[in-house]
Design a protein around this ligand. Structure first.
Ligand SMILES: Cc1ncc(COP(=O)(O)O)c(C=O)c1O
Length: 416
């Protein structure tokens, strides 16, 4: 055997071993009913899982504004950004958009990232300084975990979901462990979402502020709030929960994402000017990636123009009607077969959580229609048909719900 053949065989053997390991990992997931798959929705499906809460992506007003912004540029206007924001990917258009969004959200400044994922990874991996403490809600999004994992922070402690008492306990134990926390010389970050993507509840932000004011009177508590699911849906003209509560000045960082109710892509970190400057220098998910091109800037701009002109308020009201409608129908099903699931719903939230696994479903209230409902959103479906009235029952919480059609075949699984 020649040396080349030997290397080739060794490589093939390694390759086989690797593929075998990958397949074994997938089989283990399969055995736990946790294997993820890409699915294309059947055209007849009613979609309960879209984040397009306001149906903006099919709104003619949105489309017209977006196309007008595109058409108003000269023919040679570059559609691509051409590079990272730090090279030639920056533009007056991107900076104007940041100023517009910052003003809308009553924030000192805003910094555009390519996605909410990038914003959380970039900000959380860079801003907490060595040894800083991070306290995070147990249901915080995966991108925040990723940012924390990469950060130089010291202790990262979880507190019970949306529980001011839980936060208080964890903070008290941190104070007992580390005098620098009580003295105000150690920074403590508190990570929350304003609306949680799986459970749909609205965080008790004012109560969290009261805990931090009581236990960290030197001002070393820094709130980081992800408003991904609140953007466009909650607050004055869709500005978010923080502005609804009037506590924007108490948040060190707010993250608004544009891939959900705003029918676009990208995200902005709202923060003070020094923090923005720091992110430009240290957030690797901003520095080492090609900036969003003009079509994305235009679509974000179109969405924010609609929000700030009040044109989306009708859609916000319509969403609330759909939420009430879906809630009523779910309550009806619950009465009909209460063993199958429990509805856990925060009033006015577009995300409805169901709990308790049911392995089968049928009955006259189920139309045998295919339903896509991994996270039970009350949004209009993306084809604009409105919320489906016939709901199939399913099981649980925290990422493992399964939905069944009338033949008991799984038609959708929840996000995890
Ligand atoms: C709370 C939260 N933050 C961040 C993200 C990520 O946002 P994007 O989809 O823009 O990457 C999501 C997306 O699901 C989310 O639910």
């Amino acid at each position: 055997m020649t040396a080349t053949q030997g290397t080739l065989e060794a490589r093939t053997a390694t390759h086989k071993t690797l593929v075998d390991s990958l397949s074994a990992a997938l089989s283990r997931r399969e055995a736990k009913s946790a294997r993820r798959r890409l699915t294309v929705l059947p055209r007849t499906a009613v979609d309960f899982s879209s984040n397009d809460f306001l149906s903006l992506s099919t709104s003619s007003a949105y489309r017209e504004r977006f196309l007008a912004l595109l058409n108003n540029t000269p023919p040679s206007f570059p559609l691509a950004s051409g590079g990272s924001r730090l090279l030639d990917g920056n533009s007056a258009c991107a900076e104007e958009l940041e100023n517009f969004v910052a003003a809308f959200h009553q924030a000192p400044t805003a910094l555009l990232f390519n996605s909410g994922y990038d914003a959380n990874v970039g900000a959380l991996s860079s801003i907490p300084q060595p040894g800083d403490v991070i306290l995070y809600d147990e249901l915080i999004h995966a991108s925040a975990h990723e940012g924390m994992r990469l950060s130089r922070a010291g202790p990262r402690k979880m507190f019970a979901h949306s529980s001011p008492i839980g936060l208080k306990e964890v903070l008290q134990s941190q104070i007992a462990e580390d005098p620098a926390v009580a003295e105000g010389t150690r920074n403590v970050f508190i990570l929350i979402e304003s609306i949680y993507s799986m459970d749909g509840d609205v965080a008790p932000i004012k109560e969290f502020i009261a805990v931090v004011d009581e236990l960290l009177p030197h001002g070393n508590g820094y709130f980081y709030v992800d408003e991904a699911h609140a953007t466009g849906v909650f607050g004055p003209r869709g500005a978010g929960v923080v502005q609804e509560l009037g506590v924007q000045d108490r948040m060190f960082i707010r993250v608004h994402t544009f891939g959900k109710a705003l029918a676009s892509h990208g995200a902005m970190v709202l923060c003070g000017p020094e923090t923005r400057d720091y992110l430009i220098n240290y957030a690797r998910s901003l520095i080492y990636t090609t900036a969003l091109g003009f079509p994305f800037l235009a679509s974000i701009r179109a969405a924010y123009e609609l929000l700030s002109s009040g044109e989306t308020e009708t859609l916000q009201r319509r969403l609330q009607e759909l939420i009430r409608h879906l809630r009523l129908r779910l309550d009806g099903l619950h009465t009909y077969q209460s063993v199958m699931f429990e509805v856990d719903h925060f009033p006015t939230s577009p995300i409805i959580s169901l709990s308790n696994i049911a392995t089968t479903t049928a009955g006259e209230s189920l139309p045998g229609k295919r339903i896509h409902c991994p996270s039970y959103h009350a949004a209009d479906d993306s084809r604009g048909k409105g919320t489906g009235a016939g709901v199939l029952a399913c099981g649980k919480h925290r990422g493992r719900n399964r939905w069944f059609d009338a033949d008991d075949s799984v038609v959708a699984r929840s996000k995890s």
